[in-house]
Design a protein around this ligand. Structure first.
Ligand code: FES
Ligand SMILES: [Fe+2]
Length: 384
C-alpha cells in the first residue's frame, strides 16, 4: 500500500497523542433529535437526496469480470442492471424492458449473457443497451428501434469501484465529489483486490445508526471487549473531515512502540487501522491484510440493508488462503459486525422508538458523527 502524505499526517497526529497521553476531542458535546432516526418523512427526504443524487458505490469492478457479465442492483429502490460490454466497458441501465416494462435480468449475483433477452416476449438488447431484435416486428409499425434502447444511468469506474447516480443527469464528477479522499482510495489500491464474499442482509435499525457505529472508537473497549479490543488502544483515534467524507485512524496496540521512531518504521496497516467514510453510505475499513467495504441502504426508517464486501488482494492465491479468509470473515462479519455493531444498532433503534429520550447525546470523542449528521442536514436543506 502507498504511504500518501494524507495518511502519514494522520498517523503522526495519533502518535503525538499517544506520546502525550491525550485523546483527540471536539470542543463540545452536542445532541440530535431522536426523530432523525425514526421519521418516515425524514427518511423520504434522505432517500430522495442522498440516495438519488450522490454517487453511490454499487459493486466492485471485479464482480463483472468479463464481457457479458451482468449484475442487478435494487438496493437504491431503482432497478439497476450493470453490464460489461464487448468493449470491456461497464455500463448501467434501468433493468426494464422498453416494451411493457418487464425486468430483464432476475438472477441474484453475477450472471453471464451474450445479449439481454427479455423473458416476456423476447425483445433483445445488445450489451451496450441497443435494441437489436423484436419478434414479429411488423406488429409495431410505429416503432423506431433507435429510440428504444435501454435507459442509461450515469456510471463511473474509479479506484476499482463502480459508482452510479440513479437520477438521470450529466456524467458523474467524481473528482470534485471525492476531492482529496481520492488519493487515499488510490493508495489503498482497491483495484488490485477482488471480492472474496459479499454479505447482504437486512437488520432492524435506521441506516444512519450503522454509519454512526463506524465513525468513533469510543465504543471499542466495551462493545468489542471480547473480540477486537485486544488489538486496539482505548479511544485512541483521530479524524479528518474531507468535504462530506471522513478519514479516520485508530491506534492498534502495536502503535505504542512507535513513539519516537521515524515514519519509515511505521507499517500503516499493522500498527493502525484506517477507516474511511465516503458520504453518504460507504465505509472502508483497512484491516492488516484485507478490506471491509460496507455500504448501507435504507429499507424504511427502522430497517437497513447491510452489504459487506470482503475485498482481498488479487495477487494472493485465493485457493491457498481460503481457510484463512473464512476464519477472518467469520470473526469480522458474524461476530464483530453482526453480533456486536449491528446488535447495538438494533438495540438503539428499539430504545429510540420507546420515547425514553427526546434526543441523542454525543460526546467530544464522537465528533465525526457530528460531521456526518451536519452534512446530511446541509444536503437536505432546500437550495437557496
Ligand atoms: S415486456 Fe419485454 S418483450 Fe415484452
Ligand atoms: Fe464497532
Amino acid at each position: 500500500m502507498g504511504r500518501h502524505p494524507n495518511l502519514l499526517r494522520l498517523a503522526e497526529r495519533l502518535l503525538a497523542h499517544i506520546k502525550a497521553d491525550t485523546l483527540e476531542m471536539a470542543p463540545d458535546q452536542w445532541t440530535l433529535p431522536v426523530s432523525h432516526y425514526c421519521s418516515d418523512e425524514r427518511l423520504a427526504r434522505e432517500r430522495e437526496t442522498l440516495f438519488r443524487r450522490y454517487p453511490i458505490v454499487v459493486a466492485h469492478a471485479s464482480e463483472l469480470d468479463a464481457p457479458g457479465s451482468c449484475l442487478r442492483h435494487d438496493a437504491l429502490g431503482v432497478p439497476l442492471l450493470l453490464v460489461r460490454g464487448e468493449d470491456s466497458r461497464v455500463r448501467c441501465f434501468l433493468n426494464v424492458c422498453r416494451h411493457r416494462g418487464m425486468r430483464l435480468v432476475s438472477e441474484d449475483g453475477a450472471c453471464r449473457r451474450k445479449a439481454l433477452v427479455c423473458p416476456y416476449h423476447g425483445w433483445t438488447y445488445g450489451l451496450d443497451g441497443t435494441l437489436l431484435h423484436v419478434p414479429h416486428a411488423e406488429a409495431f409499425p410505429e416503432l423506431r428501434p433507435e429510440t428504444r434502447g435501454l435507459v442509461s444511468v450515469a456510471l463511473e469506474s474509479r479506484h476499482g469501484l463502480l459508482w452510479v447516480r440513479p437520477t438521470p443527469g450529466p456524467a458523474l464528477d467524481l473528482d470534485t465529489f471525492l476531492g482529496p479522499i481520492a488519493d487515499d482510495l488510490e493508495s489503498f489500491a482497491l483495484s488490485t483486490h477482488v471480492v472474496y464474499r459479499r454479505i447482504d442482509t437486512v437488520r432492524r435499525a435506521n441506516w444512519k445508526l450503522v454509519i454512526d457505529a463506524f465513525l468513533e472508537a469510543y465504543h471499542i473497549r466495551v462493545l468489542h471487549r471480547d473480540t477486537i479490543y485486544r488489538f486496539f488502544l482505548d479511544a485512541r483515534a483521530v479524524s479528518d473531515f474531507v468535504g462530506p467524507h471522513v478519514r479516520s485512524l485508530a491506534a492498534r496496540r502495536a502503535a505504542k512502540a512507535l513513539v519516537g521512531t521515524p515514519p519509515s518504521a511505521w507499517d500503516l496497516r499493522e500498527h493502525f487501522t484506517f477507516t474511511h467514510f465516503v458520504f453518504p453510505n460507504s465505509v472502508f475499513i483497512f484491516h492488516p491484510d484485507y478490506v471491509s467495504h460496507i455500504t448501507v441502504f435504507p429499507v424504511d426508517a427502522d430497517h437497513v440493508r447491510w452489504v459487506h464486501a470482503m475485498l482481498v488482494p488479487s495477487a494472493v492465491a485465493t485457493e491457498d488462503r481460503r481457510p484463512h479468509w473464512d476464519r477472518t470473515l467469520a470473526l469480522i462479519e458474524e461476530t464483530v459486525f453482526q453480533r456486536e455493531d449491528l446488535f447495538a444498532a438494533e438495540g438503539i433503534q428499539t430504545g429510540l422508538r420507546s420515547g425514553a429520550n427526546q434526543s441523542v447525546t454525543f460526546g467530544r470523542l464522537e465528533s465525526a458523527l457530528h460531521h456526518f449528521h451536519a452534512t446530511i442536514e446541509r444536503s437536505l436543506a432546500p437550495e437557496p
